[in-house]
Write a protein that binds this ligand. Structure first.
Ligand SMILES: Cc1cc2nc3c(=O)[nH]c(=O)nc-3n(C[C@H](O)[C@H](O)[C@H](O)COP(=O)(O)O)c2cc1C
Length: 199
């Protein structure tokens, strides 16, 4: 798939077919993730990759769906909340692969002196985006779930992750169901978002 077609095709998909992803495709996606830029060229990453359905179902138990009271969405964001909130667990259960891209944090997150704490987190997200784009190029649907509240600690305990590692997102992959719901996208264009040479 041509690069800009990949960019335009990528959408967050939260409903998947019951279908395995070939191992070679997964290895190409993982390799694309690992080619991402990283601060100080450290690549302090360890990717735990789930393809075993029983393990995926166990992992899904640690992620809670959110209630959503919106009945008649009036904005693309509300439409997204309505689709996404109740599916935070089922999108993992239905998926064929979940990648947990753990990164090791060198500097404290909250160092007010230099903000270096954002570097490793930023690199981890470059990796995540490469995974999402490569998955799209492979004809897959993808979505991220950000671990919140008790989830980071519970997932770490479940996997016995060593201290000092953090999880920016769960990267969830699978073949999109034909009728998978996607909200309208918020318009972000060169015309309405870009300032040339001055604000
Ligand atoms: C930092 C970040 C956090 C996100 N967290 C979640 C999440 O926890 N659960 C989820 O279903 N989608 C999550 N998303 C996906 C967004 O909801 C999605 O990108 C947005 O609605 C636009 O839709 P699109 O990806 O189809 O363009 C996240 C995306 C980003 C970049």
């Amino acid at each position: 798939m041509e690069f800009y077609e990949v960019i335009n095709k990528r959408r967050s998909i939260r409903q998947f077919e019951d279908r395995e992803i070939p191992r070679e495709a997964l290895e190409r996606i993982l390799d694309a993730g690992l080619k991402a830029p990283s601060s100080d060229h450290q690549r302090r990453w360890e990717l735990v990759t789930f393809t075993d359905k029983a393990a995926i179902l166990e992992l899904a138990k640690l992620v809670r769906p959110y209630p959503c009271r919106i009945r008649e969405p009036k904005t693309p964001q509300q439409e997204m909340f309505q689709i996404a909130y109740p599916r935070q667990r089922t999108m993992i259960q239905e998926s064929a692969c979940v990648i947990l891209p753990y990164f090791r944090q060198k500097y404290a997150f909250d160092n007010p002196k230099n903000d270096y704490g954002l570097m490793d987190y930023g690199g981890a997200w470059a990796l995540v985006e490469n995974l999402l784009l490569a998955a799209t190029a492979e004809g897959l649907g993808s979505v991220v779930h950000i671990p919140v509240k008790k989830e980071p600690e519970q997932i770490k305990a479940f996997l016995k992750i060593p201290d000092g590692y953090y999880l920016p997102a769960l990267v969830i992959l699978g073949y999109a169901r034909k009728d998978a719901l996607v909200p309208a996208q918020v318009k972000a264009t060169v015309e309405n978002k870009v300032h040339w040479n001055k604000w």
